[in-house]
Design a protein around this ligand. Sequence first.
Ligand SMILES: Cc1ncc(COP(=O)(O)O)c(C=O)c1O
Length: 419
Amino acid sequence: MSFLAINGGEPVLKKDEIKAWPPIDKIDEDYVMDSLHSPQHAFGKHFEAFEKEFTQWVGAKYGRPTNSGTSALHMCIAGCGLGCGDEVIVAAYSWPSSATCILHHNCIPVFVDIDFPTINIDINKIESAITPKTKAIIAVHLHGVPVEMDPLIAIAKKHNLYVIEDCCQAHGATYKGIKVGNFGDCAAFSQNQNKVLCAGEGGFFVSNNEEIFKKASLLWNFGETKAPYEKRDNHAYALGWMYTPNDMTCAFGRAQLSKLDSYLKQIKENAMTLESTLKDVPGLILPYVPDDCVSNYYNYTIRLDCEKFGFGGRKKEFRDKVIEALAAENTQIGLWQTFILPKMTVFLAQNAYGYGCPWDCPHSEAKPYDPEAYPMAQLHTDTHFGMTYPLRNPNGPEIAKKVGQAIIKVLENIKELGL
Ligand SMILES: Cc1ncc(COP(=O)(O)O)c(C=O)c1O
């Protein structure tokens, strides 16, 4: 008799038992309808209010709503005054934008392997990647686990480097009691569909440095020095992009922001329920959060130690079969990145703008990437699986527990998968 749903058994969760993110209520409807019926669809009252409210929520001095996290990251590179051929250090495992934002400004990404337990950049490997061309480090707080900022900032100070925080997944995560986004020279957040603050799409730039804020704002709005709601002179003082969001997106973002603290509380409770269900299961490596950090559990990521199951073949093959079985149990568990960044074609081919630019630019001293030089990032990529929606509102601890039970069921019946 088969137990696993993939072989015809009864799934642990019903098909639509896990509810979609984010929950929409009257607050969202009222804010969005108010924006729709107001005369100003760009830079209206919701844009202005969101600019203030999210900046305050982070605890930063200056902020700009943007149309994506990627554009906010590009603003960070420009805000720090980086230029052609400058090298920027970033983790070898992240969303491509953590590194393509560097290319957008004709700078050169330099990859550093990850620290396997936290999945963040390995701080001990940063110094050996620094060259005379290095100008900045991007600290990606991946899956909501903050990077240990004190040792990273100490390296940056020693080598006179800027620090940019990629907080796209990390709203509300804290290091030594302070929210991420306040440690570096500037930071970027994302409000896309999956983020704990969802506005459909969108992002946010923050900084505590007025000069960096002003330089980043030039890029944000056509190279102009004034925000569109201020008295403009319609003059491009620098090369600018158009990275501003519309008012309705800001209205949606404001409505969700008013509920974000209660969401974060629920997500944590759900994550703790899952953790207590799985903590004694052999062969699972559960998320590691350093003592001085608080995660927002953006993506609860587990690694499989397949040798503990007596499997000596390719780790990825084992993980992929487990994932298929978990999907059949209706867990909504999935994979995040399936390639490390240095194995993505854009970096391997070194040809972002054609003619080899920016790597071949006369200002650059870039070397080709060695895709085999990031063993921890590769090991993580091949062994992980993770989840977002199952631990998010309106889903509560009962769903988290069932997801945990589904994982246990699949692992206890692993022989049914022919592994
Ligand atoms: C770590 C990280 N950085 C940057 C981004 C880019 O954000 P956006 O999709 O809003 O451009 C994402 C989005 O998924 C992300 O997860």
